[in-house]
Design a protein around this ligand. Structure first.
Ligand code: SF4
Length: 1442
C-alpha cells in the first residue's frame, strides 16, 4: 500500500510529535502507507517515539490504553469498520487523554464519523496540505488540552503537494506554552470568512463547555498558523455575503463556484460546534441551508452534521429561521456548477424533510422518518402516567408525532411551542366563559354549569364531568351568543389536561442545546419527566468531559419549579405521589425518574439492583421539592430516601447560608446573592436546611467539623480519632479531607478543627492542596469570608527532617501557614496551633495531648467524662484477621468497574497475593485538578525462588508485559520479575497468564516469607544447583496454605462448598507481624547481601565441592523511617551451623519465634531485627533451639569478597557457559539503541539453557552448550547486550523503582541514578578510577528496597531532588554505612564526592575499597551495630578534607 502525500504528511507529524505511535496494520500482508513512512522516518530521525503495530482486526483500543505515555499518543489507521468499531468501547476512556486519532478516509466518512460523538474534538482535512496542517493542530490541541482529537482526512492522490516545516521545529512548537490570553478570540474576528464573527447580532453565548473547547481549538490553530504561515480555519467560507442559500459541505469535492445569492461553507472543524460560531456563517438573509455530507453509508435517517446544524438554527434567537435540508454526497470526485444549481432547485420544490442527493448514491437510509423506538423499560413510567391521568394525559412530544412532524417534534423546544399555543387557546376559552357569565340572558342551566366549571376547571376528574355536561347543553340549546360559539370551537380545552414532556438524560448534558432550560424557565403549567438510564455501576465510565448537569438542582434554583427525584424500582408510591403533585402544581414541574438499564434486554432484577445501589449510596436520592407548600407555610423539601449526595446537600445548605449572611452582613450577602442571580434569591428557603438537619441528626450540641490533609494516613488517623472522641462527648462531629470542602462551605461552619501533616519542603499533603491554594488566593484579595468560623489547627511533622538551621522553617510549615491564612480571612482562632513532633518522647502524641483538651474546653465538653473505650483504629492486624485467610472482598472489588481501585483494606491483602495497588504519580496532581480519580494501576511481583526460569517462561513474561502491563518489566532486587501499570481489568488475566507459565505470585509481598534469593554464581554450577534446590524447598515450606489465591485468581472453587476450611499451620490467621526475607549466599560471592535478610544461609562447601550445610544468620533488615530513631537498619548475626536437611526447619523455627514475639502494635518496629534486639540474641537463639529440639553447631569459617555481579562469560563446573549481562537497574525495555527487550526475546526463542536473575537486578544467560555459543554470542552482539564497557561505578550500582509507580517514593531513583552516575563517573575517570568498583545505591524512600544501607555510598530519597547521603558500607555487604549528610542535592553530592574520590585515588592502600577508605580517612565513623547506626552520624569525626 503506497503512501499518498496526505498519509505521508500525517504519519510524519504523528512521528515527530508523539511519544508513542500505534498503527493498525492492513488486512493484506503488505505494510500500510503509515508503516512505510514510519520506517523511512525512523532511519533519519533524531528522536524516535515508540512505534507499535496492532494487527488488522485486533482491538487497537487496548493497545492504545496500555501504552499511554506521559506525553502524546497518536494512532493511525485507514478507515475500515472492522478496525474502527473496535475503538468505540474505549473512546470514553481515551477522550480525556492526550491522544490523536488519525483516520485516513476515502469518499465515505460514515465509518470515521461514528467516532465523533465520544471525542471532544473532531477535525476534517480535505486536501493533503490541510491534512498536514491539521495534524499539527491536532497534536498541539491534544497536548495542551489533555484530551483526544479525532482527525479524519482524505487519503488524496499522488499528485498533491505538501509543504512541511523542518522536523526539529515540531517538538519545539509543541512544547511552547499556549498564549496567556484566555479568551481565545484574537484576530480571528475581524474577517467574516473564518467563521468566528458574531453575525446575526448574536451575542456572545454563555461560556459553556463547547465554547471553551472551541477557544482551545482557536489557540492551537493560531499557534500552528504562526508555524506554517497558512490559514487554518474552522470553516472556510466563500461566495455571497448576503445569501439566500447557504451550502454547508463536508467532504472531498471542492465547491469553488461563485453564484449570486449562494454562500458556500466548507467545514473543517466538526466538533465542537458552538451555536454562535455556526450561526455566524448563516446571515439573516438566509432562507435555506443545505447541509451536504459525504456519508452515503450512514445507517440512520439523519446524518450527523445535519442534526446539529438544524437544531442550532432552530434554537437561534433570529426572527425567521431558515429551512435546513439534508443532502448526501454520492460517489463523486468533482461537482459541477450545474449540479449545485439543480440541487438547489430540487431543494426548493421538494418536501424539506426529504433527503436530497448529489452524485450517485447507494444511501442506506431512505424514506420518511420512522417513529423512534421507545425502549420497553420506559413503559414502567408511561404506564403510571396513563393509569393516573387516563385520557387527560397528553404526551406533548410523543414519538408518534415524528413521522408527521419530523425528528424535532420530540425536542423540548418544539414541544414547548405547541404547549404554549394550547395554553393560549385555553386562556381564550376561559375569557369566553367569563364573558358568557357576564351575560344575564343566558339560560340558567348553562349559567350554573359554566359557573361550576370555573370552580373545577383545573381539577382533572371534575372538569371532565362538567365539560361533558356543558357540551351536551350547548348542543341542545345552541345559544347564538358569540362567546358560546367560541367556547364550542375551543371545547377541546374544557378538560384540564395533564401535559407531559418526556425526555432522556441526554437532555441534561447540554441544558441549553436541548431546550430544556426554556421549558424549565417558561413558567408554563407543564410537566417534564426525565428518564435517567445510566446504571450506577457505570457512572464513572461515561465521558468525564461530558458532565451531566443536575437538572433537579438547576430547576430548584429557579425557586418556582416543582422538582421530584423518583425511582420506580425503589418506591412505587413515591412515584405516584410525585407525579400527582407535579400535575397539580401550577407552573413547571420536573420529575427525574431513575431507570438504570444498559440495553433493552436488561432483566428487571438487574434494574432493581442498580436502583437500590444508587438510592442507598445517595447517588440517586429520592426527594420532592414543592414550592406550593411553602406558600402554605409548610416545609417545601421532603427527603424520601436515607442518603443524599453532596451537591444537593450543598444546595440546601446554601439556602440557609444565604439567609444567615443577609442577616449578619448585608453588604457581603448582596454581593454573593447578586452574583447568583434573581432566581436564586427567590429560592432562599431557610426551612429546607432545618428539615434536612432534623432528618440527619437530632443532636443539640455544637457541631464540630474535623478536616484533615494527610499523605501517609497518620494525620487521617488522628483526625478520625478526634471526631470519634468528639462524638463520645455528645458533639455532632463530621470528618472529611480538606479538599472535599469549598471555601463557601467552610464559611458557614461554626467550629472547625484542622489536622495536617506536611509533605516535602513544607507543602500540603495531596488531599489538602486545593483548599490551601484557594485560601491563599483569597488572602491575597483581602477577603474576610470566614468570619463565622472558629478554628484550631493541629500539625504533624518532624523537627529534624530538615536539620540545617536555615531549613528550620519547613517544620510543620503547612499547619502554620494554614493557621495564619485562616486568621487573615477573618476566622477566629479558639485554640492556639498544636504541633506534633516525631522527635518528641511520645512522637506527635506529646503535642496532641496538650492541644486536644483545650478544644474540649472551648466547646464546653471538657467536664464530660468519657467512660467507654474508644474504638480501636483499624490496623493491618485487624484486616488480616477479618480477611478469611486473605480473601477480604478482593473478588467483589475486581468486579466493580466503577473505579480503577480496590477497597483500601483489600489493597493490604492483595500484597500477600503479590499485588500492589499504585497510581501514576507523575499525573496525580493533574488528575486531581480534572476531578478524576488517580490513574490507578497495579504492580505484580512474581514468586520465583532463586530467580531461575526457562526460556519459554521468559517469553511468557515478555508477552504479559506487553499485553497487560506497561510494555516493560523489571528484574527486582529479590531476583524476580515485576510488572507495572497493570490496570484492574487486566489483573486477573495477568495472574492467570503468570500461572500458565508455571510461576505464581503468592507471597511475593505481604507479611509472609517473600521470594527466597540465591547467589547467582555463574561458575559454580554444581553448588548453584544444590543451593537453588534448597531455596525452592524453603520457599515451598514457608508458603501460605490459604486457598484464597487459587479461588480469586484462578477461579478454582473450594471442594464441596466451603466444607474445606483453610488453615495456616505456620502463619495462623494473623500471619507475621511484618515481611520476612530469606537469602542463600555462596561464598565468596555475597551478591544476595545475605546479612540484609531476616534469615540468611551461608553455604559451606565440603572438600568434594558439595554443599555440606549452612551458617545461619538472623536479624537483618533494611527499612528505616526518616527521623524515627527507633528504626534502623541492621545486619544479621550468625547463629551457628546447620545441615542442608535441617535448613527448612531452621528457617521455619526462626520465623515462628518472630511470629510469636514480633511487635504487632507498631509496624515500624515489627521486623525480626527489632525482635532480636529486644529479646537479646542469646535468648532469641535459645527460643529457636527450643523449638528445634537441638542446638545449632558452631559456625564454620567462610569469606566473602564482593557483593557485585560477575559480568561477562564464565564457564561452569558442568562445562556449560554463562553470560552475565548488565541491565541497568533491571529494567527490561526497548530504548533507542538498546533494544534489550527485543534482544532478550530473540535469545529466549533459541536458548536451550536457562535464565538466571541476580539480586543486583542483572541477568545471566545460563547453561549455554558449546555448540550454541556462536548463535547466542551473535544475538548478544546484535542487540548490544554484550556491551560491558560501562564504568566500574555503573556496574556496581543499583536503584529501586520509586517514581512514577511506587506509592512510597519521596524522590526519584531508577530514573535518576543513571544520570547521577554519568556525572560521578566523570570524577572517577578524571582520577583514573574508571574500572574500579564502588558500590553506589539509591532508593526513593528509606524503605531501602535496593539495600542502600550496606552500600559504600548511598542516597535515600527525602523529597524531590533531595537525599540523605550515607557512607562507609562494607564492599561485600559486611558492614552498614552511616548517615553522612541529612540533606543533599545534586550539586552538593558532586561537591562532596569530587575531593573525596580524588583523595581515594591518591591515598588508598592496595586493594582498599572506598567504603573502608572513607572510614580510615576520617570522613565517617564505622557502624558497629544497627542500634549504633545513629551514633556519630553526620561526619562528626571529620578530621580532614582536601
Ligand atoms: S525503596 Fe521506597 S521508593 Fe524505592 S521502591 Fe522501595 S518503597 Fe518504593
Amino acid at each position: 500500500m503506497s503512501a499518498t502525500p496526505s498519509v505521508r504528511a500525517v504519519a510524519r507529524v504523528a512521528y515527530f510529535s508523539s511519544d508513542v505511535v500505534v498503527h493498525s496494520r492492513s488486512s493484506q500482508p503488505v505494510p500500510t502507507g503509515f508503516e512505510t513512512t514510519f520506517d523511512a522516518t525512523a532511519r533519519t530521525a533524531q528522536n524516535k517515539p515508540a512505534v507499535l503495530a496492532a494487527p488488522f482486526g485486533a482491538d487497537p483500543g487496548a493497545t492504545l490504553l496500555q501504552n499511554r505515555p506521559a506525553g502524546l499518543l497518536s494512532y493511525t489507521t485507514y478507515s475500515n469498520p472492522q478496525v474502527l468499531h473496535h475503538l468505540v468501547p474505549h473512546l470514553a476512556e481515551l477522550a480525556s487523554t492526550p491522544t490523536v486519532l488519525h483516520v485516513a478516509a476515502t469518499d465515505d466518512l460514515s465509518d470515521a464519523l461514528v467516532l465523533r460523538s465520544s471525542i471532544p474534538f473532531c477535525i476534517y482535512s480535505r486536501t493533503a496540505q490541510h491534512a498536514y496542517d491539521n495534524a499539527l493542530v491536532a497534536a498541539r490541541l491534544a497536548r495542551t488540552e489533555g484530551k483526544a482529537v479525532l482527525h479524519i482526512f482524505h487519503v488524496g492522490h499522488q499528485r498533491e503537494l505538501v509543504l512541511e516545516v523542518a522536523e526539529d521545529r515540531i517538538p519545539r512548537f509543541l512544547a511552547e506554552k499556549p498564549a496567556a490570553n484566555g479568551n481565545g478570540h484574537h484576530h480571528h474576528h475581524h474577517t467574516a470568512s473564518n467563521g468566528s464573527v458574531h453575525a446575526n447580532g448574536q451575542s456572545e453565548e454563555a461560556d459553556d463547555e463547547s465554547s471553551r473547547l472551541f477557544r482551545a481549538y482557536e489557540h492551537a490553530a493560531l499557534a500552528t498558523v504562526a508555524l506554517v504561515r497558512r490559514a487554518i480555519r474552522p470553516f472556510y467560507q466563500h461566495g455571497s455575503t448576503e445569501p439566500h442559500n447557504v451550502v454547508i459541505t463536508l467532504g472531498r469535492p471542492s465547491f469553488a463556484f461563485v453564484f449570486v445569492g449562494i454562500s458556500f461553507v466548507e467545514l473543517s472543524l466538526l466538533k465542537p460546534l458552538p451555536p454562535s460560531r455556526l450561526l455566524s456563517v448563516i446571515p439573516p438573509s438566509t432562507q435555506r441551508v443545505v447541509v451536504i455530507e459525504q456519508v452515503r453509508q450512514w445507517q440512520t435517517k439523519w446524518t450527523p452534521l445535519y442534526l446539529d446544524i438544524a437544531s442550532i438554527v432552530q434554537q437561534s434567537q433570529a426572527e425567521h429561521h431558515p429551512i435546513v435540508q439534508s443532502c448526501i454526497l454520492g460517489d463523486v470526485n468533482e461537482v459541477e456548477a450545474v449540479d449545485v444549481l439543480k440541487l438547489l432547485q430540487r431543494a426548493s420544490t421538494q418536501d424539506p424533510s426529504a433527503r436530497l442527493e448529489l452524485g450517485t448514491s447507494t444511501s442506506a437510509a431512505t424514506g420518511a422518518a420512522a417513529a423512534p423506538h421507545v425502549p420497553k423499560h420506559e413503559s414502567s413510567y408511561t404506564k403510571i402516567l396513563s393509569h393516573l391521568f387516563g385520557d387527560r394525559l397528553e404526551i406533548a412530544n410523543s414519538p408518534e408525532l415524528v413521522p408527521s412532524l419530523g425528528q424535532l417534534a420530540t425536542s423540548p423546544e418544539f414541544t414547548l411551542g405547541r404547549i404554549r399555543g394550547e395554553l393560549e387557546e385555553r386562556a381564550e376559552l376561559i375569557a369566553a366563559v367569563q364573558e358568557l357569565l357576564q351575560d344575564a340572558s343566558i339560560p340558567a342551566e348553562l349559567h350554573a354549569l359554566v359557573s361550576k366549571w370555573v370552580l373545577v376547571k383545573d381539577d382533572g376528574a371534575k372538569s371532565k364531568t362538567v365539560s361533558e355536561e356543558i357540551l351536551a347543553v350547548l348542543d341542545s340549546l345552541k345559544p347564538s351568543h358569540p362567546a358560546a360559539e367560541r367556547i364550542f370551537t375551543l371545547r377541546s380545552h374544557l378538560n384540564a389536561r395533564s401535559r407531559w414532556i418526556i425526555g432522556s438524560d441526554a437532555w441534561s448534558y447540554d441544558l441549553g442545546a436541548s431546550g430544556l432550560h426554556h421549558a424549565i424557565a417558561s413558567k408554563l403549567n407543564i410537566n417534564i419527566l426525565i428518564l435517567d438510564s445510566l446504571p450506577y455501576s457505570s457512572r464513572n465510565a461515561s465521558d468525564p468531559s461530558r458532565r451531566k448537569h443536575d437538572v433537579g438542582l438547576y430547576a430548584m434554583n429557579h425557586g418556582d419549579v416543582y422538582v421530584a427525584s423518583v425511582a420506580v424500582y425503589s418506591s412505587y408510591t413515591h412515584v405516584l405521589q410525585a407525579l400527582m403533585e407535579a400535575d397539580k402544581f401550577e407552573g413547571p414541574s420536573v420529575v427525574l425518574a431513575y431507570l438504570p438499564y444498559k440495553e433493552e434486554e436488561t432483566p428487571a432484577l438487574e434494574i432493581l439492583k442498580e436502583t437500590k445501589l444508587a438510592v442507598d449510596t445517595g447517588y440517586w436520592p429520592l426527594y420532592r421539592w414543592n414550592p406550593a407548600k411553602e406558600r402554605e407555610g409548610k416545609e417545601p423539601f421532603t427527603l424520601d430516601s436515607d442518603a443524599i449526595k453532596n451537591d444537593l446537600q450543598k444546595f440546601l445548605d446554601r439556602q440557609n447560608h444565604l439567609s444567615q449572611l443577609v442577616r449578619s452582613q448585608p453588604q457581603l450577602a448582596s454581593e454573593l446573592v447578586g452574583s447568583l442571580g434573581e432566581n436564586l434569591k427567590l429560592a432562599r428557603k431557610q426551612r429546607a436546611q432545618q428539615s434536612y438537619n432534623d432528618l440527619l441528626s437530632a443532636i443539640d450540641a455544637p457541631p464540630l467539623l474535623v478536616l484533615y490533609a494527610s499523605d501517609g494516613g497518620k494525620a487521617e488517623k488522628v483526625a478520625k480519632r478526634l471526631a470519634t472522641r468528639a462524638k463520645m462527648r455528645g458533639l455532632s462531629a463530621t470528618v472529611a479531607t480538606m479538599d472535599s470542602m469549598t471555601v463557601e462551605d467552610l464559611a458557614k461552619e461554626e467550629y472547625v478543627a484542622f489536622v495536617t501533616s506536611v509533605a516535602g519542603q513544607g507543602e500540603f499533603p495531596q488531599n489538602g492542596r486545593t483548599l490551601a491554594k484557594t485560601l491563599n488566593a483569597l488572602t491575597a484579595r483581602g477577603e474576610q469570608l470566614l468570619s463565622n468560623v472558629r478554628y484550631t489547627v493541629f500539625g504533624m511533622g518532624d523537627s529534624h527532617y530538615w536539620p540545617r538551621p536555615e531549613d528550620a522553617h519547613y517544620y510543620n510549615k503547612a499547619c502554620k501557614d494554614l493557621d495564619a491564612r485562616l486568621e487573615q480571612l477573618g476566622a477566629q482562632r479558639v485554640v492556639p496551633v498544636g504541633l506534633g513532633d516525631d522527635q518528641d518522647a511520645d512522637g506527635p502524641e506529646t503535642g496532641y495531648k496538650l492541644w486536644e483538651p483545650q478544644l474540649w474546653k472551648v466547646l464546653g465538653v471538657d467536664a464530660i467524662e468519657v467512660q467507654e473505650a474508644e474504638p480501636e483504629p483499624i490496623t493491618n492486624e485487624h484486616i488480616k484477621a477479618a480477611s478469611q485467610y486473605l480473601r477480604g472482598t478482593i473478588a467483589e472489588g475486581l468486579e466493580d468497574n466503577s473505579t480503577g481501585a480496590l477497597a483500601p483494606s483489600d489493597t493490604q491483602l492483595t500484597k500477600f497475593h503479590g499485588i500492589y495497588q499504585q497510581d501514576d504519580r507523575d499525573i496525580r496532581d493533574e488528575r486531581q485538578v480534572q476531578g478524576v480519580e488517580p490513574a490507578f494501576s497495579f504492580m505484580i511481583r512474581v514468586r520465583m525462588p532463586g530467580g531461575v526460569c526457562k526460556p519459554d517462561q521468559w517469553l511468557m513474561m515478555d508477552q504479559i508485559a506487553d499485553e497487560h502491563g506497561n510494555g516493560t518489566f523489571k528484574i527486582t532486587t529479590r531476583q524476580t520479575f515485576q510488572f507495572h501499570g497493570v490496570i484492574k481489568r487486566h489483573l486477573k488475566s495477568a495472574i492467570q497468564d503468570i500461572n500458565r507459565a508455571l510461576l505464581d505470585t503468592l507471597a511475593a509481598c505481604g507479611d509472609v516469607n517473600r521470594n527466597v534469593i540465591v547467589s547467582a554464581i555463574p561458575s559454580l554450577s554444581k553448588v548453584h544447583a544444590q543451593a537453588y534446590d534448597f531455596a525452592q524447598k524453603v520457599s515451598n515450606h514457608l508458603l501460605p496454605r490459604t486457598t484464597a489465591y487459587h479461588e480469586i485468581w484462578l477461579d478454582k472453587k473450594l471442594v464441596a462448598g466451603d466444607a474445606l476450611k483453610d488453615v495456616e499451620p505456620l502463619y495462623g490467621e494473623f500471619y507475621l507481624p511484618r515481611k520476612f526475607k530469606v537469602a542463600v549466599a555462596v561464598p565468596p560471592t555475597n551478591d544476595v547481601d545475605v546479612f540484609a535478610n531476616d534469615v540468611g544461609f551461608i553455604a559451606i562447601v565440603d572438600e568434594k565441592g558439595d554443599l555440606a550445610g549452612f551458617n545461619v544468620t538472623a536479624g537483618g533488615g533494611m527499612g528505616v523511617t526518616h527521623g524515627n530513631k527507633k528504626t534502623y537498619p541492621r545486619l544479621g548475626d550468625v547463629l551457628g551451623f546447620c545441615t542442608v536437611a535441617q535448613g527448612c526447619e531452621v528457617a521455619e523455627k526462626i520465623m515462628l519465634v518472630q511470629r510469636d514475639n514480633g511487635n504487632r502494635e507498631d509496624r515500624k518496629n515489627a521486623r525480626l531485627k527489632y525482635t532480636i534486639d529486644r529479646m537479646g540474641l542469646e535468648t532469641f537463639k535459645a527460643e529457636v533451639e527450643k523449638l528445634l529440639g537441638y542446638q545449632l553447631q558452631p559456625a564454620r569459617p567462610f569469606t566473602f569478597d564482593r557483593n557485585v555481579d560477575d559480568f561477562g562469560w564464565h564457564t561452569g563446573t558442568n562445562g556449560k557457559y554463562q553470560f552475565t549481562c548488565f541491565i541497568e537497574n533491571g529494567r527490561i525495555q526497548d530504548e533507542p539503541d538498546r533494544d534489550f527487550k527485543t534482544g532478550l526475546r530473540e535469545i529466549a526463542k533459541v536458548h536451550k539453557g536457562s535464565f538466571r536473575l541476580t539480586a543486583n537486578q542483572h541477568l545471566i544467560i545460563a547453561d549455554v552448550a558449546t555448540e550454541d555459543l556462536p548463535q547466542i554470542k551473535d544475538l548478544l552482539a546484535q542487540y548490544k547486550l554484550d556491551n560491558l564497557s560501562q564504568s566500574g561505578l555503573r556496574l556496581s550500582s543499583s536503584a529501586c523503582v520509586a517514581f512514577p509507580t511506587c506509592g512510597l517514593a519521596m524522590a526519584e531513583s531508577e530514573r535518576y541514578l543513571p544520570i547521577l552516575i554519568d556525572k560521578v563517573e566523570k570524577i572517577c575517570e578524571e582520577n583514573g578510577l574508571r574500572n574500579d568498583s564502588i558500590v553506589m545505591r539509591m532508593t526513593g524512600c528509606p524503605n531501602g528496597c535496593a539495600r542502600p544501607y550496606v552500600a559504600e555510598v548511598a542516597f535515600v530519597g527525602k523529597a524531590p531532588g533531595t537525599y540523605l547521603m550515607l557512607l562507609g558500607g562494607g564492599y561485600h555487604g559486611q558492614r552498614l554505612n552511616k548517615i553522612y549528610r541529612e540533606t543533599v542535592t545534586e550539586p552538593e553530592i558532586l561537591a562532596i564526592l569530587k575531593p573525596m574520590i580524588k583523595r581515594y585515588a591518591l591515598e588508598r592502600h592496595d586493594g582498599e575499597h572506598f567504603g573502608d577508605f572513607v572510614i580510615r580517612a576520617g570522613y565517617i565513623a564505622p557502624t558497629t551495630s544497627g542500634k549504633a547506626w545513629y551514633d556519630k552520624m553526620g561526619g562528626e569525626i571529620v578530621v580532614a578534607s582536601s
